[in-house]
Design a protein around this ligand. Structure first.
Ligand SMILES: Nc1ncnc2c1ncn2[C@@H]1O[C@H](COP(=O)(O)OP(=O)(O)OP(=O)(O)O)[C@@H](O)[C@H]1O
Ligand SMILES: [Mg+2]
Length: 207
């Protein structure tokens, strides 16, 4: 979670997704022409069980362009989420999760199935990576269930407090206010530890 332009998509695409080198990755793309998201084999629907195509890097990454029209987009995105969940062993990346979770007609109204990924996804296993600019309209589980949570700089009082709550400690709001662009306050849920990091090749020594 981070404000516009803080590097959410870059962190996910070049920092997190490559960690699953053998997994099948499904990217739900609600923007279509977003520069940092030009990866994977482009599909108009779920890639199906017997997939042989690989992207230019030999990875099994698929990017489904979700139609903008609400009902059609909802059908496509729902089918992708449900099939990935049922087939197991998928990593699903939702670049702008609010667009998927917000009730119709502003979003696709898919909060319930996204919730399900977090509630019992780890036993299937399926992994959900979700990015959002703000916590409003995001299913609660997306905020309080992830194993790894990255929150970017939040400089106004209200957002910093909300960010602190999401991270599980309101006192972290001061830390969030101090962060600079491309910085992250990272929380590892299993031992509730925190770390400030900066991701990217432009920052040698960054995480
Ligand atoms: N760690 C970094 N170091 C330098 N530049 C970066 C870093 N992370 C991202 N950028 C650059 O900053 C710009 C915004 O990055 P990105 O699109 O990933 O942000 P975002 O948080 O996903 O934005 P949005 O809210 O619009 O989706 C891009 O041009 C990207 O190349
Ligand atoms: Mg982005």
């Amino acid at each position: 979670m981070a404000p516009v332009g803080n590097g959410k998509t870059r962190l996910a695409v070049s920092g997190l997704l490559p960690l699953w080198s053998r997994a099948r990755v499904l990217i739900l793309d609600v923007k279509g022409s977003y520069p940092e998201l030009q990866v994977g084999v482009v599909r108009s629907d779920f890639p199906g069980r017997l997939i042989r195509e690989r992207d230019d890097h030999g990875r099994r990454w698929y990017r489904v362009i979700v139609p903008k029209e609400v009902e059609e987009g909802r059908r496509v995105a729902y089918r992708c989420l449900a099939r990935a969940y049922n087939e197991r062993n998928w990593v699903v990346y939702c670049d702008e999760v609010v667009k998927l979770s917000r009730p119709r007609p502003e979003g696709y109204g898919l909060g319930a199935i996204l919730d399900q990924f977090y509630l019992d996804g780890r036993y299937r296993p399926v992994t959900l990576i979700a990015g959002t600019q703000r916590p409003a309209n995001v299913p609660q589980a997306v905020l309080d269930q992830p194993t790894h949570l990255y929150v970017g700089p939040l400089h106004d009082e209200y957002r910093a407090s909300r960010g602190g709550e999401v991270l599980g400690d309101r006192h972290l709001r001061d830390e969030l206010k101090r962060l600079q662009r491309f910085d992250w306050l990272y929380r590892y849920a299993p031992d509730n530890s925190y770390q400030t990091l900066r991701y990217g090749a432009d920052h040698p020594g960054g995480a």
